[in-house]
Design a protein around this ligand. Structure first.
Ligand code: CO
Length: 174
């Protein structure tokens, strides 16, 4: 199975706004397949197209029922859009395949409603109050150039400062 190279912080492509996908053609299906294979290779639970250098609005996620649901089936979402979120938040430790070695607790809405197109071009909707909703918000953020580290408090940011500096050095020497 074809897999793709990951882009790492602070690659500027991670800060670009991704473009809407006009049709679910074979190219998009192949990209989704390769992204799922890449997510498995990296043992991730979600991946957004900009993380493999493609600024199109496509994400893949594991449809996890809870945080231990490791056999959850994968799902590809084309042009995903957050329709509504609850006011109440919950905090959970996040990481990102594009920011290796960095983890921090992020507050996100409990209830998430997302609309998207499946690979057959049908409009679909997911409502979730758990880890899946959190993964969706994290991945959809990638399509708008937002990273989970953007949400951290200054105290949290100071804790990961040296790791981010190291990633910047690795990036500029690559
Ligand atoms: Co990420």
């Amino acid at each position: 199975m074809k897999t793709l190279n990951l882009r790492f912080y602070p690659d500027p492509i991670l800060r670009k706004k991704a473009e809407p996908i006009e049709s679910c053609d074979d190219e998009i299906k192949e990209l989704a397949e390769a992204m799922v294979a890449t997510m498995y290779r990296e043992k991730g639970i979600g991946l957004a197209a900009p993380q493999v250098g493609i600024t199109q609005r496509l994400i893949v996620v594991l449809q996890m029922k809870d945080v231990e649901d490791n056999d959850a089936p994968p799902l590809a979402l084309v042009n995903p859009r957050v329709v509504s979120v609850s006011k109440d938040l919950w905090s959970y430790e996040e990481g990102c395949l594009s920011i290796p070695g960095v983890n921090a607790a992020v507050h996100r809405p409990v209830r998430v409603e997302v609309e998207y197109m499946d690979l057959e071009g049908n409009l679909q909707r997911i409502v979730d109050e758990g880890i899946l909703g959190r993964i969706l918000l994290h991945e959809i953020d990638h399509l708008d150039g937002t990273l989970f580290i953007d949400y951290l408090s200054s105290a949290q940011k100071s804790l990961i400062k040296s790791q981010l500096r190291q990633l910047s050095e690795d990036y500029s020497s690559a």
